[in-house]
Design a protein around this ligand. Structure first.
Ligand code: CMC
Length: 435
C-alpha cells in the first residue's frame, strides 16, 4: 500500500509575525481526531487555554467511548444498552479491566477472586468508630478508602503488575463492604460481613439491609436493579473524578490514595452528588404547581440555581444511561407495587415541562443518569445521603481500570497543566511599616 505522503495536520500561523507551526493530527478508532499540540510551545512560545479541559484530550484510552451528539456510550465497543440488558456488573468490570469480555473460565475465576476479597481488615472497624454517627457517608468512604493503603501495604507498589492487579481487585471487592459499613454506622446498626454465596449486588444489599436478628432474603428485582445501576455508572471516560484519579496517580501515588481522591471529586453536586441533589430539589419543589417557578429560575443570571439531573458536558442530545435508568425506575416501582410515588410523578412532570421549555431546548439540557437513579434508590430504602456512595461503588471499577491503563501507558508522565497568569507582574517587597 502506498504510504500517505501528506499525513493530516493543521498549520497554526501567527497573524502578526506570519510564523507558522505544523501540528499533526492523531486518529482514534472512532470519534473526532485530535490535534497534537505537544510541539505548541516550542513552535510558538504559547500554551493553549482551555478551562475545564472541554476541548483537550489528556490521554489515549481504549476503555470507553462516548458520542455526545448521538447519545452513545460504549465500553470496549459494546453499547451500554446491550451491557445493561445482557451482562452483569462483574462481567462489565472484567471488560473494563481487560479490554475483552471474559470466557466462561475467566468469568468464574474473576467472580471467585472478587467475592473472596470482599472482607476488610477487621481493624478497619475501629477506624470507622472514630467518625461521628451523623457524618456524611461520603466523608466516611473517602476517609476509609484512603486508609486502605495503611492496611494493604503488599499491593501498593505500582510498578509491579501483580500488585496492581491485586489492588484493583481489592478495591472493586471491598468498596461495597465499606459503603455498607458507612451506611450501617450511620444507622447505629452492627456491620454485616459479606457472604460468599451471594452475587456482588445481592451481597451489597445484604450488607446494607440485613440485620443479625433475622435472615435477609434478597429480592431478585432489587438485586437486578442494583446490578443495572452499577453497570450504568461503571465508567464514563475522562470525567472529573476519573481525571482526578489519573492526575493523582500520575505522580506515582498508590491506588488506594488515588481512588480516595476520585471519591472526593465525585462528591460534588455537579458530578456524582447530583443524584442526592435531585431528590433534595424535588422535595424542595414539593408540588407540581411550583414547577414553572423552578423552570424559570435558571434564566435569571443572578440566580445560581440549576436543575439537578439535567445537562451534561458531553451529551448534547440525550444521556443513554438515563434512558435505561428511566425504564428501570418504572420497573422497580411497579414490581415493588409502589403505585403513587409523589416524587416520581413530580420528576416525570418536571421532565416533561423541561423538555418542552425553550431555554432547556436551546441549551440542549436533557435529563442525565442522576435524574432517575435517586428515585430507584429511594424506593429500595436508601437515604439520599447514600446515593453518591452507590455511585462511588460502581465507578470504582472505572477508576481502577483507567488508573491501570494510565500506569501501563509508556507515554504516561506526571499531569501538570499550565496557566494564564493574571496576577501582578514582578514588584519589590514593601516593608509592613510602609504599607
Ligand atoms: N439547569 C439549568 N441551566 C443549566 C443546567 C441545568 N442543570 N446545566 C447547564 N445549564 C446552563 C448553564 O447555566 C449555561 O448557561 P449559559 O450559556 O447561559 O451560561 C449553559 O447551560 C451551559 O452550561 P455549562 O455549565 O457551560 O455546561 P457544563 O458542560 O460546564 O456543565 C453540568 C455540565 C453537568 C455540570 C451542568 O449541566 C450541571 O451543572 N448540571 C446539573 C448537575 C447535574 O445534574 N450533574 C450530573 C451530571 S451526569 C452524572 C455525572 O457526571 O456525575
Amino acid at each position: 500500500m502506498a504510504e500517505n505522503q501528506n499525513p493530516p495536520s493543521f498549520t497554526l500561523t501567527n497573524n502578526q509575525t506570519g510564523e507558522a507551526v505544523e501540528l499533526p493530527v492523531l486518529d482514534g478508532t472512532t470519534g473526532p481526531s485530535v490535534i497534537d499540540i505537544r510541539a505548541l510551545y516550542s513552535g510558538t512560545k504559547h500554551f493553549s487555554f482551555d478551562p475545564g479541559y472541554g476541548m483537550t484530550g489528556a490521554c489515549k484510552s481504549s476503555l470507553t467511548y462516548i458520542d455526545g451528539e448521538l447519545g452513545q456510550l460504549m465500553h470496549g465497543g459494546y453499547s451500554i444498552d446491550e451491557l445493561a440488558e445482557k451482562s452483569d456488573f462483574l462481567e462489565v468490570a472484567f471488560l473494563l479491566l481487560n479490554g475483552e469480555l471474559p470466557t466462561k473460565t475467566e468469568k468464574e475465576e474473576f467472580d471467585h477472586a472478587i467475592t473472596h476479597h470482599t472482607m476488610v481488615h477487621e481493624q478497619l472497624n475501629t477506624f470507622f468508630r472514630g467518625f461521628r454517627r451523623d457524618a456524611h457517608p461520603m466523608a466516611i468512604l473517602c476517609g476509609v478508602t484512603g486508609a486502605l493503603s495503611a492496611f494493604y501495604h503488599d499491593s501498593t507498589d505500582i510498578n509491579d503488575p501483580f500488585q496492581r492487579m491485586v489492588a484493583s481487585r481489592r478495591l472493586i471487592a471491598k468498596m461495597p463492604t465499606l459503603a455498607a459499613m458507612a451506611f450501617k454506622y450511620s444507622l447505629g446498626q452492627p456491620f454485616n460481613y459479606p457472604r460468599n454465596n451471594l452475587s456482588y449486588s445481592e451481597n451489597f444489599l445484604q450488607m446494607c439491609f440485613g440485620v443479625p436478628t433475622e435472615d435477609y432474603v434478597v429480592d431478585p428485582v432489587l438485586a437486578d436493579a442494583m446490578d443495572k445501576i452499577l453497570i450504568l455508572h461503571a465508567d464514563h471516560e475522562q470525567n472529573a473524578s476519573t481525571s482526578t484519579v489519573r492526575l493523582a496517580g500520575s505522580s506515582g501515588a498508590n491506588p488506594f490514595a488515588c481512588i480516595a481522591a476520585g471519591i472526593a471529586a465525585l462528591w460534588g453536586p455537579a458530578h456524582g452528588g447530583a443524584n442526592e441533589a435531585v431528590l433534595n430539589m424535588l422535595s424542595e419543589i414539593g408540588d407540581r404547581s411550583r414547577i414553572p417557578e423552578y423552570i424559570k429560575k435558571p434564566r435569571d443570571k443572578d440566580d445560581p440555581f440549576r436543575l439537578f439531573g439535567f445537562g451534561h458536558r458531553v451529551y448534547k442530545n440525550f444521556d443513554p444511561r438515563a434512558k435505561v435508568m428511566r425504564q428501570s425506575c418504572h420497573d422497580v416501582l411497579n414490581k415493588l407495587g409502589i403505585k403513587d410515588e409523589p416524587l416520581l410523578d413530580l420528576a416525570m412532570e418536571l421532565e416533561d415541562i423541561a423538555l418542552k421549555d425553550e431555554y432547556f431546548i436551546e441549551k440542549k439540557l436533557y435529563p442525565n443518569v442522576d435524574f432517575y437513579s435517586g428515585i430507584i434508590l429511594k424506593a429500595m430504602g436508601f437515604p439520599t445521603s447514600m446515593f453518591t456512595v452507590l455511585f462511588a461503588v460502581a465507578r470504582t471499577v472505572g477508576w481502577v481500570s483507567q488508573w491501570k491503563e494510565m500506569i501501563e501507558d509508556p507515554q504516561q508522565r506526571i499531569g501538570r497543566p499550565r496557566q494564564l497568569y493574571t496576577g501582578p507582574a514582578e514588584r519589590k517587597y514593601v516593608d509592613i511599616s510602609a504599607r
